[in-house]
Design a protein around this ligand. Structure first.
Ligand code: SAM
Length: 245
């Protein structure tokens, strides 16, 4: 693909994205959709006992083992700004990360902000001293970036679904995001054949969504286990595409 030095599009790479991003030239990416590790305070807090608390501890351990609770090196953001043609980026995050992103994108770079919410209709009933964990945030920052929903449904900023337990079981990634929602973000903020980048691709949701929406993609995943899962998902999707052609 013209313009992408040392990297092919429609491929994912088993690589630290800080290394991989350096191979992407300036101003070559149309849209970025990322879901980096959250910054979660896992210390303290009574867990109690019972099956629910056991499930929660199991999930927390899985997230810790996969390095999904300690945030990430924010110099990735500088690289993403460099490679984007215009600032056009969706970032999944937790509440603790919102101030950092606001400072970087709104205060320093003068971007517009929209907040997309994934609302979960059946969250775990844990509300001792806190609200339910029934939503996740996806921040959309743009400066000249593209946002053109084609339908009333696509223009909604709140996406409701049950917990995606089946996806987690099917693809073996603890923080997999809903495919229909990622497809909608890609439809709204890019055009056919444009290049979508996800440098924390996990189980490959952004790649699969890009394929289904006729966009090109590039992805990075540092963890070999998740990289293999994503590769398998991508290859199954291309087989389905061939059958439907
Ligand atoms: C929150 S998960 C993404 C899940 C994904 N949205 C999905 O639907 O499957 C973040 C992923 O980023 C990966 N990761 C963390 N640091 C990375 C880095 N420096 N470079 C590339 N991947 C990284 C983790 O291994 C993890 O799979």
């Amino acid at each position: 693909m013209k313009g992408i030095i040392n990297l092919q599009v429609n491929k994912i790479y088993n690589e630290d994205c800080l290394v991989g991003l350096k191979k992407i030239p300036d101003n070559s990416i149309d849209l970025v959709v990322i879901d980096p590790p959250y910054d979660i305070c896992t210390k303290g807090g009574k867990k109690g006992s019972g099956r629910l608390c056991h499930d929660l501890t199991k999930l927390e351990n899985e997230l810790k083992e996969s390095n999904l609770v300690n945030g990430y090196d924010l110099s990735v953001l500088d690289e993403l700004i460099r490679v984007m043609k215009e600032i056009n980026i969706y970032i999944w995050c937790n509440g603790r990360q919102i101030p950092t992103y606001m400072k970087y994108f709104v205060e320093q770079l003068g971007c517009k902000l929209e907040i997309i919410i994934w609302g979960k209709t059946n969250p775990m009933p844990l509300y001792s001293n806190k609200y339910l964990g029934d939503k996740e945030y996806c921040l959309y920052f743009r400066k000249g970036g593209y946002c053109k929903p084609n339908s009333y449904e696509d223009a909604k900023t709140i996406y409701l679904s049950t917990l995606n337990v089946k996806d987690k079981q099917m693809y073996g990634h603890p923080t997999i995001k809903p495919l229909p929602l990622i497809r909608k973000l890609i439809r709204n903020s890019s055009k056919e054949n444009e290049i979508v980048l996800d440098c924390f691709i996990g189980s490959g949701t952004t790649a699969v969504a890009s394929m289904l929406e006729n966009r090109k993609f590039i992805g990075f995943e540092i963890n070999k286990k998740y990289y293999d899962i994503a590769l398998k998902r991508i290859s199954e999707t291309s087989k389905e595409d061939d059958i439907n052609d």
